[in-house]
Write a protein of this length. Structure first.
Length: 304
């Protein structure tokens, strides 16, 4: 089977001055992960590795650089899914972890539970030996300044249905030499979210989905509405019905927009190894390994 890798770094109205950092970030994730896939790494290892690179990059709203919630804390959500077995691991509302995606993977492999939240997820991470960082280690000056700007703004809405919220959630989808698919998504959620708020990203079928028989997808955007239409599963369902990845991605975003007035984006790979991406926000940062040019192709707008 062909090997494939596509990543995203959020769908919203990415400011012009942040475009380069987004493009560099998604490009680095593909370029640093692709050699692993070529050497025979599993799709699961590849998506975890790519998301870890994005989590460590302060450009994005995941790991370091995540938004602050309404009480000035960082709470992270992540999930990973294996298309071979439909196994997944998911954690939500955890703090002080640079790589929640790896905790989600460990949880998946522990096979006892699928999803842990808050203090329980935290205790699991601690028991498994994941380094707990001080909160400042994840905090960036950019996000502190943004929090200060919006914290008393009575016009700020964390659920604006008419404009894309800032959102730099990250995700990756891969196919390995064995034709196996995997997907992973990691986020700090939305700015000034209620403490304990969980978005779409760690919800299987909403934030990510992977099934070898049809396709795999990772999503980003306004989570409250993405959950309603289970965007990732909707896309892979279209792939199961025979649509190629690009058509399935477009169909998913059309359903998100038409049924629930949602805003967001999706990346996907179908079981034949075709890429797809679509979004209805002004921009989405994404990159994929292009097998024809043998280079990483990164873009932020449909016309680039
Ligand atoms: N989907 C994420 C959430 O609602 C945000 C994002 O994609 O930027 O938590």
């Amino acid at each position: 089977m062909p090997i494939r890798l596509i990543v995203h770094g959020g769908a919203w109205d990415i400011p012009a001055e942040q475009e380069d950092a987004h493009l560099r970030g998604v490009t680095a994730a593909v370029q640093n992960t692709w050699p692993m896939l070529q050497k025979g790494a599993s799709a699961l290892d590849a998506v975890e590795h790519a998301v870890r690179i994005l989590e460590a990059d302060p450009t994005f709203d995941s790991g370091r650089g995540a938004f602050l919630n309404s009480i000035g804390e960082i709470e992270l959500d992540a999930m990973i899914m294996d298309g071979r077995s439909l196994d997944f691991g998911s954690i939500a509302a955890v703090q002080n972890l640079l790589h929640p995606v790896s905790v989600a993977r460990r949880l998946m492999e522990s096979r006892e539970f699928r999803m842990l939240v808050g203090s329980g997820a935290q205790a699991f991470a601690e028991r498994e030996g994941f380094t707990q960082l001080p909160p400042e280690a994840l905090l960036t000056e950019r996000e502190l300044a943004y929090f200060e700007q919006i914290k008393h703004d009575s016009n700020f809405r964390s659920h604006d249905p008419f404009g894309p919220l800032p959102g730099d959630t990250v995700g990756a989808v891969a196919m390995d030499q064995g034709g196996n698919l995997a997907a992973a998504t990691s986020t700090g959620g939305t700015p000034r979210k209620w403490p304990g708020r969980v978005g779409d990203s760690p919800i299987p079928g909403a934030g990510a989905y992977a099934d070898n028989s049809c396709g795999a997808a990772s999503t980003t955007g306004w989570g409250e509405n993405i959950m309603k239409v289970l965007l990732a599963k909707t896309v892979t369902d279209w792939e199961e019905r025979g649509q190629n990845a690009q058509k399935a991605a477009q169909k998913g975003i059309q359903i998100l927009a038409e049924k629930v007035k949602g805003l967001g984006g999706v990346i996907t790979i179908d079981a034949q190894g075709q890429y797809g991406w679509a979004y209805n926000t002004p921009k989405m940062a994404y990159a994929y390994w292009n097998p024809e040019t043998k280079h990483t192709h990164a873009a932020i707008k449909l016309d680039t």
